[in-house]
Design a protein around this ligand. Structure first.
Ligand SMILES: [Zn+2]
Length: 272
């Protein structure tokens, strides 16, 4: 398959990069990425992946767009208020790049659907906003052997790491147990600066493109931490824990169970 005239024009500024070229662009067009959460992280990540021509994007979110989302969740507009986030995201991404396929998944990522969802994509980006989902996404990706880019943001700070299952440290190797409920406040309680989410979400897309193109040095075995107060990055070296419950030598997590015992209940959006 060769690139069309329209594709050559659209992707011309990255096609000229020796790290991309026609071969790299074809890799992107053939690739699929699942973005969990169409929020502050998933918005910039989804926009850059769509713009770069990642051929199939899944956008998974169970929420509806509300006014308090708009300062950071740049996929959505005032005209989307009350609409299902995954469909709002799909509409925006499809209008940015009709050359790709966008799948709206209006579901909460939960133990029942986790395995099937991650197995359907080459790469997963976790832009979720709670620890239950983060552990579940990590475990699902490790068990399925799907590469994961994990990220989190709160206040003016964010963090990012890439996980190659059973090759590099996973989220559970670094943070074996989830914090107690309420111990670490989320964005709703603690607040977040939209641009800080933009920095981290953009880095997620950047890391995803590196994975798909097979270029550079991935953020494996290191946690990148962004201090938005000082505009500084620092790195914490990581290593796999041989006793990790999911990727260690004798894993105790072989099936997916949610930490809080939640089920797949969700806010069913009535407006698509
Ligand atoms: Zn691990």
């Amino acid at each position: 398959m060769s690139l069309t005239k329209e594709q050559i024009a659209r992707y011309s500024r990255q096609l000229v990069l020796p790290q991309v070229g026609v071969a790299g662009q074809k890799k992107l067009l053939d690739a699929s990425v699942l973005v969990i959460g169409a929020g502050g992280l998933g918005s910039p990540a989804g926009l850059y992946l769509a713009a770069a021509g990642v051929g199939r994007l899944g956008i998974m979110d169970q929420d509806v767009v509300s006014t308090s989302n708009l300062h950071r969740q740049i996929l959505h507009s005032v005209s989307d208020l009350g609409k299902a986030k995954s469909y709002s995201a799909k509409t925006r991404l499809a209008s940015l790049n009709p050359d790709i396929e966008v799948q709206a998944i209006q579901e909460r990522f939960c133990a029942q659907n986790a395995k099937k969802q991650v197995a359907d994509y080459d790469l997963v980006l976790d832009g979720s906003d709670n620890f239950t989902t983060r552990y579940l996404v990590n475990d699902a990706c490790v068990i399925a052997g799907v590469t994961l880019v994990h990220a989190g943001v709160v206040h003016l700070q964010g963090q990012l790491m890439t996980i190659l299952p059973r090759q590099s440290a996973c989220f559970r190797c670094v943070f074996p147990e989830p914090p107690q409920a309420g111990q670490i406040p989320g964005c709703q309680q603690a607040g977040v600066l939209g641009s800080a989410a933009g920095v981290i979400g953009t880095l997620m897309a950047h890391e995803a493109l590196k994975v798909l193109l097979g270029l550079g040095e991935l953020l494996t075995n290191r946690l990148l931490i962004f201090d938005g107060q000082m505009s500084r990055f620092r790195e914490v070296p990581l290593r796999r824990d041989p006793h990790c419950a999911v990727c260690g030598h004798r894993p105790t997590i072989r099936e997916l169970v949610e930490e809080t015992g939640n089920h797949c209940e969700q806010n069913v959006a009535t407006t698509y």
